[in-house]
Design a protein around this ligand. Structure first.
Ligand code: SAM
Length: 216
């Protein structure tokens, strides 16, 4: 089966920058109390029910590891084999596998929680409904979903330089209203939304949306 072009270009770009991206984000979590607050609330919610949490689009695994430090049984999945290799090297005790947001190799209703931390930003906004349908499929009834992304009007930014490398990567700044609409259409109920102001080198507000698959 041929792959959508945005997947190949995203994979190639993250394969190129994997090691330097990992170095760049290594300590970022310690500088961002509101990001940690959202992850801590998410962790508390999923720990109440117990079960596994997928860090979907995990990159070098920093969020997987952070959730693990909070007691969450988290594993990571990423499109880029280089990112998965870096994550495995950095956190050898945790599980990381290759996979796509649109076709997760996970059973129906198998997760207590899913996080997509800045990983939906490379999917064209019009193609996000199948991604959210896949998140809904793999979450157990009552399961929690946490998304993080840069805020905008769903506009495309074409990136040609990143983390010291020449790349060709599309990224979208997403509208929280549009994402909320699409999550509801996929069957989620919204729990909370945080939009915080940018902190340098960020240039736009950052959004964190927490949603839940309804209980049976
Ligand atoms: C900006 S990085 C964020 C990585 C990590 N979540 C973090 O915050 O450090 C985006 C990551 O999402 C992954 N990604 C993007 N689109 C994906 C897709 N369709 N399926 C799986 N992973 C994807 C990329 O390979 C990359 O590692």
């Amino acid at each position: 089966m041929t792959e959508a072009p945005y997947l190949s270009t995203t994979r190639t770009a993250y394969n190129t920058v994997a090691a330097d991206y990992a170095e760049f984000v290594k300590n970022l979590m310690t500088e961002k109390p509101l990001d940690r607050a959202m992850l801590a609330s998410f962790a508390e919610l999923v720990l109440t029910d117990g079960g596994q949490v997928g860090d979907l689009g995990c990159g070098p695994g920093r969020v997987t590891a952070h959730l693990h430090s909070l007691g969450v049984n988290a594993f990571g999945i990423d499109l880029s084999p280089e990112m998965v290799a870096v994550a495995r090297r950095m956190y050898p005790d945790l599980q990381f596998d290759e996979g796509r947001l649109t076709e997760l190799d996970l059973k129906d209703a198998s997760l207590a929680g899913a996080v997509a931390w800045y990983s939906i930003i490379h999917t064209p906004p019009a193609l996000l409904p199948p991604v959210f349908a896949e998140f809904e499929r793999v979450l157990a009834p009552g399961g929690h979903l946490l998304l993080a992304f840069q805020v905008g009007d769903n506009e495309l930014r074409h990136i040609v330089q990143g983390y010291g490398h020449t790349v060709s990567l599309d990224a979208y700044r997403l509208s929280p209203e549009y994402i909320t609409e699409q999550l509801k259409a996929a069957g989620f109920v919204m729990t909370a939304q945080l939009v915080r102001q940018p902190e340098a080198p960020e240039t736009v507000p950052q959004a964190y949306l927490l949603a839940r698959k309804p209980c049976l």
